[in-house]
Ligand binder design. Sequence first.
Ligand code: KG4
Ligand code: ZN
Length: 341
Amino acid sequence: MVVNQRLLTLGIESSCDETGIGIYSSEDGLISHKLFSQIELHAEYGGVVPELASRDHIQRAVPLIKEALIDSNIRLEDLTGIAYTAGPGLSGALLVGGSIAQSLAWGLGIPALGVHHMEGHLLAPLLQSDQPQFPFIALLVSGGHTLLVEVTRIGEYKILGQSLDDAVGEAFDKTAKILGLGYPGGPALAKLANKGIEGRFNFPRPMTDRPGLDFSFSGLKTFARNTYINFPKEKANIAKAFEVAATETLTIKCRRALEQTGLKTLVVAGGVSANISLRSTLNAMAKKLDVDVFYPAHEFCTDNGAMIALAGHFRFLSGQRNDHYEISIKPRWSLEELQSV
Ligand code: KG4
Ligand code: ZN
């Protein structure tokens, strides 16, 4: 079933440490988005504290929804559907977004739908005018996931490879912690790496010496720790060696996935897709292979509500809905379990 009426979808993201709200219109695209990042709240603990994250989402979500409505000149009653992140993520945090979405939807008599956080990331490049065409390879790189996915169309995903241990964002964060940088470590490590000399240290490119598309990043962090113990004054060079090894490893596997499938389009999304060094290594590889690469706009690389509104929009558009108003979440959820649209 394809819906003809104008759709106005509210998206709510609360899977980890960002409360994100987006409003997506079938006529005008993304018309508003708001974000509150809990970085300061968790910084003193050096990582996300789940209970604190849930409590903060409770405080932030409704005021942000109000702001998004005011900004876009939309009344609550104009909404036609509400999408929320149902997983993967922290259970308590997901329950906050799910409860707010289902209660609002029930009150308004409109459907609410739980969407997959990584599908949101994967679709984020479709928020801009220059869009990738299906089918394509997606490299999803975040704090919780490192996935290489063959995307036939929305909802039809085949996982070609994934990390067997730490996600690449997690490895950035842990290495940053070892080097005494702040939380979240990814951007801080990237900044320090800019001051480092390439080639001073040579870190391994894990699992690139054997066939396959899986990843392993926990060894890089250990390599960084050992190097730091021996060379405590060379933080920037260690950050550089880590970043080069991580980005080259991702690029080698992307190249393999593109060659293996013969696809000519690559989408890169998730928090680590903001990394400049990764982008330039991938772009150089793609140029050689005559492949087009698409990234989300910088503000939509990391967690946000706009990508959840968009993912929900496509699903509502295809007639998917859930009128039971159950607060259902899936803290563990594979992209391959999704229904195609
Ligand atoms: O997608 P995201 O916001 O949240 C998850 O779904 O996990 O990704 C957050 C991750 C963190 O590990 C963060 O350190 C990393 O993305 N990140 C970066 C950069 N910006 C964010 N890693 C490397 N370089 C960056 N510029
Ligand atoms: Zn994310």
